[in-house]
Design a protein. Structure first.
Length: 420
């Protein structure tokens, strides 16, 4: 069976193409069943995210073009429109590719962890659809184990490489135990949503979300057990916040020096960390002049991000070494499958010869023959029958000068020179 990975991702295709070839969750089971019934496809799983759509197949034979034709046909697109964006990885390359994807080495953000969860969902969907067989089951289980090893043995995901991640990493450096602290998030856009997610995962005690549209703030806050307020209510709640992270599209500052001074008095000058990741700024620069306030801007975070990227790139080199080893392990298992049928047939032949010889011995015993004689005869006949085929083939190999076959026989039967 041939293993193939066919796909399109953020490196090979623009977003408008990726959108057109994505599989929606509703259509994915149908696509799996349809492809499973297509030509020589024995097994199939499909991974579809905003940055990539990939099909993993076990095929009888090697017919990648029919796979490409099905792919474009399912999405009702001319093959010539999407084919230039395809990449195709057979066998060993396919194994390497899926391991790199699951480990975050092929992601838009190096080392991001979400892709592993998406891959687990792809496996679960295909398994539920009945399109996973021995090959893909082993491949996905191996992939999950390798991705976990990469996360455990390297620092691929430890360093911040996004503004949201950097802001939360800074918070964790300043506050040793986030569970005892309150965060005020100003804004409700994508960046603040990522900040909220990272804070929630880090065990933040409370989250307050302030936004111009309270309904949007409430939708975000409720997801993480927080509560929502309007921007106009910030002065009433600012003193509760140990951590303030702001990211709005406002053209004017949301927080001024006076409001922060008032909050500090109410807090009895307990320190506050403020991270302004908006451009233009949401927090007046003069706030940074206040004692008991640590104010960081997006430029300050860039240094953290650059260092995080360097750290992840070093970790990625270690991860590639792990993957090299694990690709070889999987390919060794794959090659071992070719011996399974041979071993099974050899065992069946031996058991058939055993049964025939044993039946003959039992008939002799029932006829009253001497037991010792029957046992010796059983051993002799069984030995001769088991050796007959291999011995004849080795004699023929010697006659034909097939030295390699004779050497293979010596290794197979564990014969060493001292026994010649």
């Amino acid at each position: 069976m041939t293993l193939l990975a066919l796909g399109i991702n953020h490196k090979t295709a623009p977003v408008d193409i990726r959108e057109r070839v994505a599989f929606t969750p509703e259509k994915l089971p149908l696509a799996l069943q349809e492809l499973r019934a297509h030509n020589s496809v024995r097994e199939v799983a499909i991974l579809s995210t905003c940055n990539r759509t990939e099909v993993y197949c076990g095929l009888d034979g090697d017919d990648p073009r029919s796979l490409s034709e099905w792919f474009s046909g399912f999405h009702q697109l001319p093959l010539k429109e999407v084919e230039p964006f395809f990449y195709l990885h057979p066998d060993r390359q396919a194994v390497r590719h899926i391991l790199r994807v699951a480990s975050g080495l092929d992601s838009l953000v190096l080392g991001e962890p979400q892709i592993l969860g998406q891959m687990k969902q792809a496996y679960s969907t295909a398994n539920h659809a009945g399109t996973i067989g021995q090959l893909l089951n082993r491949l996905f289980q191996h992939t999950f184990a390798v991705a976990k090893q990469v996360r455990t043995d390297t620092a691929i995901g430890a360093s911040p490489v996004s503004v949201a991640f950097a802001a939360v990493s800074l918070s964790k450096q300043i506050f040793s135990d986030l569970s005892k602290h309150t965060a005020l998030l100003i804004g409700a856009g994508e960046t603040i949503e990522l900040v909220a997610r990272h804070l929630h995962q880090s065990g933040i005690g409370r989250i307050i979300v302030a936004n111009r549209t309270v309904e949007k703030a409430h939708a975000l806050a409720s997801e993480f057990g927080g509560y929502a307020i309007a921007l106009s209510e910030i002065p009433d709640h600012l003193a509760e916040a140990d951590l303030v992270i702001a990211s709005t599209a406002s053209q004017l500052p949301i927080l001024g020096k006076g409001a922060v001074e008032t909050a500090l008095k109410q807090r009895k000058h307990r320190p506050m960390l403020m991270v302004d990741i908006a451009v233009p700024r949401d927090i007046e620069s003069q706030v940074g002049q206040l004692e008991d306030v640590f104010l960081y801007t997006v430029d300050d975070l860039q240094e953290i991000i650059d260092e995080g990227l360097r750290s992840r790139q070093e970790a990625a080199q270690q991860a590639e070494e792990i993957i090299d080893t694990q690709v070889s392990h999987f390919m060794s298992w794959l090659r071992s499958l070719s011996s399974v049928d041979t071993i099974r047939q050899y065992r069946q032949n031996a058991e058939s010869l055993r049964d025939q010889t044993l039946a003959h011995a039992l008939r002799q015993l029932h006829a009253g023959k001497d037991t010792e004689f029957v046992l010796h005869e059983l051993a002799r006949q069984l030995t001769n029958k088991l050796m007959h085929g291999p011995c004849n083939r080795m004699k023929q190999a010697g006659y034909d000068g097939e030295a390699e076959l004779l050497q293979a026989a010596r290794e197979l039967f564990n014969l060493n020179k001292s026994e010649q």
